[in-house]
Design a protein around this ligand. Structure first.
Ligand code: AHR
Length: 489
C-alpha cells in the first residue's frame, strides 16, 4: 500500500483551538456516580472525587468538560442539585437521580482536572429564566442566586464561561422536543437573559447540519451565538449492542468531515462565517446502548452495563478517533470545540472500576493529539491507495500537518486505516523530498481488534517511533496512528 503527502509550510496556517480535545460528562449509568464521584470509596477525596480518576484525566490535559447532558439535561432542574439536595426521578434515563453531584461539585471537578466547565441548560422542561438563574448562581455577585451560592460555601463566582441552550432539542426522543419554528425564539429569550446575567459568557445552541432546523436558528439568533452545537455517533448501538467490525467502522471515517462541511455551509449562507464556530460537543464512534429510548421496556437499565464491556473499544475506535480529530484540524477555522462523549465509563476513553482505571485505546489517541501537535494547521495534501469494504471506498491514509509560527518543524498526525497492510508514505515538504523525522510516537496494538482491559491494561499503548521518515519515506504499521516531527530545511 502506498501514499504520498505534500506539505506547504509557506502559506498561512490556521490556529487549532485546543478546545477540540474536550470531553463530555452526563448523568448516565456510571459516569458520575461510581465514575468520577464516589464518596466513601477509598480513593475518593473529601469532596467525593476519585483521585485516581482525576490523576488520569489530568494526563489528557482536558481543556473543557460539557455537563450535565445530553438528554439528561432536558429534564434536569439545577436547583435540585445545590444546597439541600432533592432526589428525583430521572425522566431521561428511568433511574433515581440523587442530585448529590450538582453544579458546585461539577465546577470543583473541572478545576481539579484543569478544565473549563461548560454547562448545557434544560431547554426541555426548563424555562428560559431557569437558565439565566443558573448563570446568576455561577457568575453573578448580586441577587438571590449569587447569595445562594455564597450560602452554599462559594464566596467567589464559579466563572463558568461556556453555556449551551439545550441539547438535541430537535430529537423526538428528547424530553419536550421543540419545533424548528419555535426554537429560535426559545434560544433568543434564554440567551438574552443569560447574557444580561453575564455578558462575558460564550453562548451555544443545539443545532444540526440541517437546513430546516439550523437556518432559522442562525438567521434569528445567530448574532448572539459563539458556536452551534452539533453531535454524532457513527456506530449507532442504542437498541442493539452489536458493535460494527473494524472494516465497517473504517468505511465511516469520512463522515465527520462531511457533517462539518454541511454545518460550515449553513454558517456561510447566513453571513456568520468567522463569527459563529462549530462545537462538535458530543462525538464518538460508538453510540451508547440504552434501549429505553422512545420505548421504555423492562430491563433496559441493566442493558446499559453492556457499554462497559472493554472488548468493544478496539483499535477501530482509536483509528476512527484519529480520523475525527484530523477532520476537526482540517476545518480548524470553524471547528473550535469538540467533546468526546462521554469522558469516563460507557463509551469513554477511561474505564473506571472499583480497583482503579483502564486507559482504553481512545485515551491514548486523545493524549497523543493533545500533547504532541503544534498550534497551527498547515496545508497538507495526501493521496493513498484505496481501502474498500462492502462497496464503500475510503483512502487508506488520513494525514494532517501542524506547525508553529516559526515553521522550523512540522508535526504530522498520520493514520493508516488498513487492517493488515503497512503503508509506504512518501513525503514532499515544500516541493522537496528526503526529509527525516525526529521523535515520533505510534499507537498500533497487536491486532485491529486489540483492546485494553482490567487484566491487560497495556495491551495497546503508544510506543516511541524514532526516525519515522528516513530520506522522505516512512512505513506506517497497519491500524495505526503516528505522530511525528520533521525539520523544515
Ligand atoms: O446516547 C447518549 C445520548 O446521545 C446523549 O444523552 C444525547 O445527547 C445523544 O443523543
Amino acid at each position: 500500500m502506498n501514499a504520498t503527502i505534500s506539505i506547504d509550510t509557506q502559506r498561512e496556517g490556521t490556529p487549532i483551538d485546543r478546545m477540540i480535545f474536550g470531553q463530555f460528562l452526563e448523568h448516565f449509568h456510571r459516569q458520575i456516580y461510581g465514575g468520577v464521584f464516589d464518596p466513601g470509596h477509598p480513593l475518593a477525596d473529601a469532596r467525593g472525587l476519585r483521585t485516581d480518576v482525576i490523576a488520569a484525566l489530568r494526563e489528557l490535559r482536558v481543556p473543557i468538560v460539557r455537563w450535565p447532558g445530553g438528554c439528561f439535561a432536558s429534564a434536569y432542574h439545577w436547583k435540585d442539585g445545590v444546597g439541600g439536595r432533592t432526589a428525583v426521578y430521572d425522566k431521561a434515563w428511568n433511574v433515581e437521580e440523587p442530585n448529590t453531584f450538582g453544579t458546585d461539585e461539577f465546577v470543583a471537578f473541572c478545576r481539579a482536572i484543569g478544565a473549563e466547565p461548560y454547562i448545557c441548560t434544560n431547554a426541555g422542561t426548563g424555562t428560559e429564566e431557569e437558565a439565566s438563574d443558573w448563570v446568576e448562581y455561577c457568575n453573578q455577585t448580586k441577587g438571590q442566586w449569587a447569595a445562594k451560592r455564597r450560602a452554599n460555601g462559594h464566596e467567589r463566582p464559579h466563572d463558568v464561561k461556556y453555556w449551551s441552550v439545550g441539547n438535541e432539542n430537535y430529537g423526538p426522543y428528547e424530553i419536550m422536543t421543540k419545533k424548528a419554528a419555535d426554537w429560535p425564539a426559545f434560544v433568543l429569550e434564554s440567551g438574552k437573559m443569560m447574557l444580561r446575567a453575564d455578558p462575558g459568557i460564550k453562548l451555544l445552541a443545539a443545532a444540526l447540519p440541517d437546513l430546516d432546523w439550523t437556518l432559522p436558528l442562525l438567521r434569528q439568533a445567530g448574532w448572539m451565538l459563539a458556536y452551534i452545537s452539533i453531535h454524532n455517533y457513527w456506530d449507532g448501538l442504542w437498541f442493539n449492542n452489536a458493535p460494527s467490525d473494524y472494516l465497517t467502522c473504517m468505511t465511516r471515517t469520512g463522515q465527520p468531515g462531511e457533517m462539518i462541511r454541511t454545518a460550515e455551509n449553513l454558517i456561510q449562507l447566513t453571513g456568520l462565517a468567522g463569527k459563529v464556530a462549530i462545537a462538535f460537543d458530543e462525538w464518538n464512534l460508538r453510540g451508547w446502548h440504552h434501549p429505553c429510548k422512545g420505548n421504555h421496556i423492562f430491563g433496559d437499565v441493566e442493558a446499559r452495563d453492556a457499554n462497559d464491556i472493554n472488548a468493544t473499544y478496539t483499535m477501530a475506535d482509536a483509528v476512527f478517533s484519529g480520523c475525527f480529530l484530523n477532520a476537526c484540524i482540517r476545518h480548524a477555522g470553524t471547528v473550535k470545540m469538540a467533546c468526546m462523549a462521554p469522558m469516563v465509563n460507557c463509551r469513554g476513553p477511561l474505564f473506571v472500576h472499583p480497583g482503579g482505571v483502564v486507559r482504553r485505546t481512545t485515551f491514548h489517541v486523545m493524549k497523543m493529539y493533545s500533547d504532541l501537535l503544534a498550534g497551527q494547521a498547515i496545508d497538507c495534501w495526501s493521496a493513498s491507495d484505496p481501502l474498500t469494504h462492502a462497496g464503500v471506498t475510503v483512502p487508506s491514509l488520513d494525514a494532517v500537518a501542524t506547525s508553529d509560527a516559526a515553521r522550523k518543524q512540522v508535526t504530522l498526525a498520520l493514520v493508516n486505516k488498513h487492517p493488515s497492510e503497512p503503508l509506504e508514505v512518501r513525503l514532499r515538504l515544500d516541493g522537496r523530498e528526503g526529509a527525516s523525522a525526529g521523535a515520533g510516537v505510534c499507537l498500533a496494538g497487536d491486532s485491529p481488534d486489540a483492546y485494553n482491559d482490567v487484566a491487560t491494561p497495556d495491551r495497546a499503548q503508544p510506543a516511541p517511533a524514532e526516525g519515522v521518515f528516513r530520506q522522505g519515506l516512512a512505513t506506517l504499521p497497519p491500524h495505526s496512528i503516528t505522530i511525528c516531527t520533521v525539520d523544515v530545511k
